[in-house]
Design a binder for this molecule. Structure first.
Ligand SMILES: Cc1ncc(COP(=O)(O)O)c(C=O)c1O
Length: 427
């Protein structure tokens, strides 16, 4: 089907889309592994895991059958007066894997972050030491609910609500890439400024560990995060990490914080949590946090919950996804080595700069004359060329990245890089 014959659906309101400037979407009928089967068009490789969620591939049989059998047992139950085996199993596993004992359920990445921020702020209240300052980073994206927007970078996306967002102290993000000579200096500047901000009593420092996703697949060195952690501990603040994108092997370790050898107090998880099958968010909390919420005073309770809290289908999917990750950790541990030769080849292209890889995520910037950033059109031209070559990518302005499902095979990965190469040639 050509673009001309495609039409906008008159009932759907598409996310992050200005229909006056975009082409109508294509219809996908099935998914299998790394492939999406389009109506009336050849299959395409889903090189961005459908907004970074599809972990083991589309329609993975182990996860889909776990959901199907759970649906025949128990599809949903209120998690306040009841619990159920899948939720208990998931809580036990994630608590062991993350080192944080308590699991609080919500529905998506934004709510997992929202919950983490609310818990962090109320924790200080419950301890009788209310603290207002929250520190976050330039370029951060934590979701689209109000609290998540507040900690995210202020930009075009949240401009209409700016006056309604709570104030946040902001630090530069010392992005790193291959042969970035200035990295020590950049990090030291940020660490100095962090020390300065931490002179004010601080509720929490919030960050995306190792990779800022929507902020342009912007990567930092693990040792930088370690230095941040040391300062956060010295100031007795809480460390809240948003692993919505980076969790579940995406950064080469099960959680990104493990690669940076840090120990957070609160972790937000979603996306790959259910293998990308069902919407679910969780916030993991250290026991010392939870214990300040127990007591007879009504105000010590965390008065927060969602209708679908701990949905059994989502829990079954998450447990099945963890089975797969535990059965084959090499799949994510070795992914970086699979990207490496391709990116090394690609950087010879004169239009490529700032190459970088962390785990399963590979990225670079297209060299542009005008300003880079989300609204730069270089990426959208490349996206069109890539899809004609059987590869679906969704650049962030002039940032091109690959974030494929773990199951992608070598020839499919090669096809992704070839398609990008062709696109660069035609730019
Ligand atoms: C790091 C990070 N946090 C939070 C979110 C928000 O997640 P959701 O879209 O599921 O609300 C995203 C989404 O891309 C993300 O990348």
């Amino acid at each position: 089907m050509s673009n001309k014959s495609r039409e906008w659906n008159s009932n759907l309101w598409p996310p992050f889309t200005q229909i006056a400037k975009s082409t109508p979407p294509e219809r996908v009928i099935t998914g299998n592994g790394a492939l999406l089967m389009r109506e009336n068009a050849p299959p395409v490789i889903d090189a961005i895991s459908s907004w970074w969620v599809t972990l083991h591939g589309h329609s993975n049989p182990h996860i889909s059958s776990a959901i199907a059998s759970q649906a025949q047992e128990l599809e949903q139950v209120i998690l306040a007066d009841f619990t159920h085996p899948q939720a208990e199993k998931l809580a036990k596993r994630l608590s062991k894997l993350s080192g944080l004992q308590r699991l609080f359920f919500s529905d998506n990445g934004s709510t997992a972050v929202e919950v983490a921020i609310k818990i962090a702020c109320q924790w200080w209240q419950n301890k009788g030491e209310p603290r207002q300052q929250v520190i976050a980073f330039e370029g951060a994206y934590h979701g689209d609910t109000f609290g998540a927007m507040a900690v995210g970078e202020r930009n075009l996306f949240n401009a209409p609500f700016e006056k309604m967002l709570f104030p946040v102290s902001r630090l530069p993000w010392p992005a790193n890439w291959w042969e970035e000579d200035n990295i020590n200096k950049k990090e030291d500047l940020v660490l100095d400024r962090l020390e300065g901000l931490l002179q004010t009593p601080t509720a929490a420092v919030v960050l995306e560990p190792l990779v800022q996703g929507a902020g342009g697949m912007s990567m930092v060195r693990p040792e930088f995060l370690k230095k941040v952690e040391v300062r956060v501990r010295q100031a007795n603040a809480l460390l809240v990490i948003d692993e919505v994108l980076t969790g579940f092997g995406r950064c080469g370790t099960l959680f990104a914080f493990q690669r940076a050898d840090i120990k957070p107090d609160l972790i937000a998880l979603s996306k790959g949590l259910t293998g990308g099958f069902l919407p679910m968010g969780v916030t993991m909390a250290a026991e010392k946090i939870f214990s300040a919420f127990t007591g007879t005073a009504p105000q010590s309770t965390f008065w927060h919950g969602h209708s679908f809290t701990g949905n059994p289908l989502g829990c079954a999917a998450a447990n099945a996804s963890l089975d797969l990750l535990e059965a084959n950790p090499k799949q994510y541990e070795n992914f970086e080595a699979r990207h490496l030769p391709h990116l090394k080849k690609l950087i010879k292209h004169p239009k490529v700069e700032k190459p970088r890889i962390t785990g399963t995520i590979a990225a670079f910037d297209i060299k542009v004359e005008e300003a880079g950033g989300y609204l730069n059109t270089a990426g959208s031209i490349l996206k069109k060329i890539a899809i004609q070559n059987g590869v679906y990518i969704r650049p962030l302005g002039n940032v091109i990245y690959l974030l494929p499902p773990l199951c992608i095979n070598d020839s499919q990965l090669e096809q992704c890089y070839d398609a990008i190469h062709k696109g660069l040639d035609e730019l």
